[in-house]
Design a protein around this ligand. Structure first.
Ligand code: FAD
Length: 449
């Protein structure tokens, strides 16, 4: 192979171009470190593989903080939001937060453009299969035989480590639907003593909005004047797309109860795992739930007719998914374009990281994003910023920057990860957070809206 070896040597290598990896790579490159971002598929940089909602309680503070630290998230939202909503159903009704839906495809393309034009940053498509320490350097091998070296590595591999997807009686090794998983890297990290645990999540189906009778659905109001995350006029008014709402009804519940014997219980799908979220079939079968549960019908973008059915996360066989959907008002002629599915993967067990997101047992290796057991694009992006920034500093022999939980939501998030208090919602991370955010938010609430 004719290659100049220096071209393969970096200060920082980021593995994975999801929400964490993209912000990590930009932070490292902008910190003047020669950086490589390597990812399995360069057409899925910062993909929103599931819902496309951002903001809301806690997450809106993170968006603002990432922006202040020089990250891309808010700039991208400004360019690509498709509707803005005000949410006041959190803690107490006087506290309002901003939520947006973004156009996932345009969001991805804009981030790719930013990455491609960033100084000090190289992009490579490749599957990292092995990490090997060699003195001060880490050698990272790809599945096609290339070795890259760096002083620091940021691991941002999301749902891909040992990823397996399942629906009905089917299962497949995959990082997400349609993408290969990352099995050998998991083994390589385990060889260095890292401990992981298995978790499970559920994805809702995407359907063709042309097959929904919107006349019988509730329209979600969107904000008609400029909006913002916390202050200013971040989100200038433009043409917005409507989200809709429908409700789980008696027919829907009866259909699932009637088909109970065909529904595989989550435990039948293999390894021991922890539930990160609950599928709709589990909710109904466990509780025989007949309450009015909401289903949000969210457009995925301006150039597609696909909509995401938030609230109907499921791993049922596709025929059962279609059957249950047809019981909903307005969904009598529904056509699924991508069935929902369950996903099981390995995340890092807590307490193995320091507050700069560096591994306690291996200097120079950082972890950020969903691999640390968090949820949400914003949480991944915030961790990516912190890990990328600190990896860059480390590669130059500088001290880490620490974010305190008393001072920032980013600090609060990191504290919850490294102290093992992590949970699904940011506002559930820490007993003090509700109080902290209520105080902060009341303080600034008048300036938001
Ligand atoms: C089922 C489910 C539903 C969710 N729904 C929502 C939601 O509605 N809203 C929300 O905000 N968040 C949601 N989340 C969380 C959200 O998906 C994550 O927070 C976010 O996508 C994680 O970003 P990340 O960068 O950590 O990882 P990912 O976005 O998963 O990116 C990981 C990247 O790493 C790459 N990669 C993996 N292994 C390797 C390797 N060995 N070599 C090279 N590259 C590699 C992959 O190709 C990918 O690009 C959901 C998560 C799950 C699992």
């Amino acid at each position: 192979m004719v290659r100049n070896n220096n071209k393969l040597k970096y200060d920082v290598i980021v593995i994975g171009a999801g929400h964490a990896g993209c912000e990590a790579a930009l932070a490292a490159a902008r910190g003047n470190s020669k950086t490589l971002l390597v990812s399995i598929n360069m057409d899925t940089t910062e993909l929103m593989p599931y819902g496309n909602e951002m903001g809301g309680a806690g997450q809106d503070l993170l968006i603002k903080e990432i922006d202040v630290m020089g990250g891309e998230i808010l700039k991208n939202i400004k360019n690509n939001y498709i509707n803005i909503r005000v949410d006041n159903k959190w803690i107490d009704y006087s506290v309002k937060t901003t939520k947006v839906l973004v156009d996932g495809r345009r969001y991805l393309l804009l981030m790719k453009k930013v990455l491609e034009n960033q100084n000090n940053l190289d992009l490579r498509q490749g599957l990292i299969v092995d990490i090997c320490k060699d003195g001060y350097l880490y050698n990272l091998k790809t599945s096609d035989g290339i070795t890259y070296s760096a002083y620091c590595v940021v691991v941002c591999t999301g749902t891909f480590l040992g990823g397996k997807i399942f629906w009905g009686e089917y299962e497949l090794e995959a990082g997400r639907q349609g993408e290969i998983c990352s099995r050998r890297l998991l083994e390589s990290l385990k060889d260095y003593g890292f401990e992981f645990k298995r978790v499970r999540n559920y994805v809702a189906p995407l359907v063709d909005s042309k097959t929904i009778n919107k006349g019988s659905l509730e329209r979600q109001l969107f904000k008609e004047e400029n909006g913002s995350f916390l202050s200013g006029n971040d989100l200038k008014v433009k043409r917005q797309m409507h989200s809709y709402k429908t409700y789980i009804n008696k027919n829907f519940v009866d259909y699932l109860l009637k088909n109970e014997d065909k529904i595989k219980s989550p435990g039948e799908h293999g390894n021991k795992y922890e539930d990160e979220s609950i599928s709709i079939e589990s909710v109904i079968l466990r509780n025989k739930n007949r309450g009015r549960k909401e289903v949000f019908i969210n457009p995925m973008g301006r150039n597609t007719t696909e909509v995401y059915l938030q609230g109907l996360e499921t791993a049922l066989h596709e025929e059962l998914q279609t059957g249950m959907l047809k019981k909903l008002d307005g969904f009598e002629d529904i056509e699924i374009t991508r069935p929902g599915y369950g996903i099981e993967y390995s995340i890092l067990s807590p307490l193995q990281l320091k507050s700069d997101l560096q591994a306690k047992n291996m200097e120079g290796i950082y972890f950020a994003g969903l691999i640390n057991g968090t949820r949400g694009y914003e949480e991944s992006a915030a961790q990516g910023m912190v890990a990328g920034m600190n990896a860059s500093r480390k590669s130059k022999g500088l001290k880490s920057i620490y974010f305190k939980k008393e001072d920032s939501c980013t600090g609060m998030l990191i504290d919850s990860i490294v102290s093992g208090n992590n949970s699904r919602g940011l506002y559930r991370l820490n007993p003090g957070l509700e109080e902290y955010m209520t105080y902060k938010r009341k303080d600034i609430n008048s300036k938001i809206l």
